[in-house]
Design a binder for this molecule. Structure first.
Ligand code: SF4
Ligand code: SF4
Length: 365
């Protein structure tokens, strides 16, 4: 058996030692619900990872698949009575798999494009060209994020439009990918840290004091991951936090039954639950109802952790489950381009609308 190189065995051993196999994590794990095998549940994964790092089992395709079908939603971390940080263990294992030469083809080509072009889509237009905003010095900087800049353009267009309607003096920074795609799939952290530095330096250069983000994944990076490695000398706000501070006067939306889906990166990973709801509460006439699984207990859309690109069937199956939980609603509002895309792709009933809150605010402002 090929020797598997790792420096993380002790950390994983500690997690396995305190795991009582109670199964609380399994009861909430969206990939287990979709795949149906214990190998693709939280506790199954940490057991496999221990075997892998200890040299007891090989990194064969089934083991690799189990480690990469996790959406990193962190619902298991919330549920675990032994406080096992399952996501941390899974991301450690992914980094070890990559170091040992096991990278999924889909992830490898995505990472190659980030390294070559600064974004996972291989786009060559600069961020300012992509969104049509001139680069200048300003105290507020909009960090657009690759998905909203190059694919889900309606989100960057709405964000820019709202900032303009509020007479905000803002700039768009010379950004590259925030590093989330690379970090989620286990790419080399030293390289990712150089990306963090490039983004922070570009933001500092424009005299930005507050960075506003419309993508939940990018927000988590700036709020939680960047400070683990480098100094972040400016305020970081999700666009909903920025808007919650404004005196918004929104037009009514009568006869619309809507609910809110908490993106895992914004909710469980960053603890941001109130700002989007405060903005929704300002929409006159809207009939708002929470889903059964909401806020800290919100279920995942299936779009994160590199699952959508490598295992689209599992990802869309998880989206379908989340959509079923919104039955009876006309609209699901969320605050992340990945959640919008995955929920839209998982729809069986096209009558239910899925929108990013910023698009709604733009229409109603
Ligand atoms: S992070 Fe989510 S998908 Fe991954 S093991 Fe935990 S509950 Fe399952
Ligand atoms: S909830 Fe925690 S202790 Fe229980 S099986 Fe899952 S990882 Fe182990």
């Amino acid at each position: 058996m090929t020797k598997f190189e790792t420096d993380n065995l002790e950390k994983v051993r500690k997690a396995v030692n305190v795991c009582t196999m109670c199964g609380f994590c399994k009861s909430v794990c969206p990939s287990f619900k979709e795949v149906g095998w214990d190998t693709d549940s939280s506790r199954g994964r940490i057991t496999l990872i221990y075997g892998l790092l200890n040299g007891d089992i090989e990194a064969d395709p089934s083991v690799i698949k189990s480690i990469y079908t996790c959406t990193t939603c962190a619902d298991c971390v919330r549920r675990c009575p032994s406080k096992v940080d399952v996501v941390d263990i899974i991301e450690i294992a992914r980094a070890d798999l990559v170091k040992n030469g096991h990278m999924l083809d889909k992830h490898e080509s995505m990472c190659d494009r980030v390294v070559e072009f600064g974004n996972p889509f291989g786009e060559t237009a600069s961020i300012q060209e992509a969104v049509g905003v001139e680069r200048k010095k300003a105290k507020i900087g909009y960090y657009v994020g690759c998905t909203a800049a190059y694919r889900s353009k309606e989100i960057s267009e709405a964000t820019i439009s709202v900032l303009k309607k509020l007479n905000t003096d803002f700039t768009v920074v010379d950004e590259i990918c925030c590093g989330s795609v690379l970090q989620r799939v286990g790419y080399d952290q030293d390289y990712i840290t150089t990306m963090f530095e490039k983004n922070v330096n570009a933001i500092k250069e424009l005299g930005v004091e507050t960075v506003v983000l419309s993508c939940a994944g990018c927000y988590r990076m700036f709020k939680v991951e960047y400070p683990k490695y480098i100094d972040v000398p400016f305020e970081v706000l999700h666009i909903t936090e920025y808007l919650a501070r404004q005196d918004l006067k929104l037009k009514p939306m009568d006869k619309i039954k809507a609910t809110y889906h908490d993106p895992c990166h914004l909710g469980r990973h960053c603890g941001l639950y109130d700002a989007p709801r405060e903005i929704i509460a300002k929409i006159p006439g809207m009939e708002f109802k929470e889903m059964e699984y909401t806020r800290e207990k919100s279920h995942c859309c299936g779009g994160g952790g590199g699952v959508r690109s490598a295992f689209p069937d599992e990802s869309l199956g998880i989206a379908s489950t989340r959509l079923e939980e919104a039955e009876g609603m006309d609209m699901i509002i969320t605050t992340c381009p990945f959640c919008v895309n995955n929920l839209l792709a998982g729809r069986k009933d096209e009558k239910i609308e899925v929108v990013d809150l910023i698009e709604l605010v733009d229409k109603l402002l």
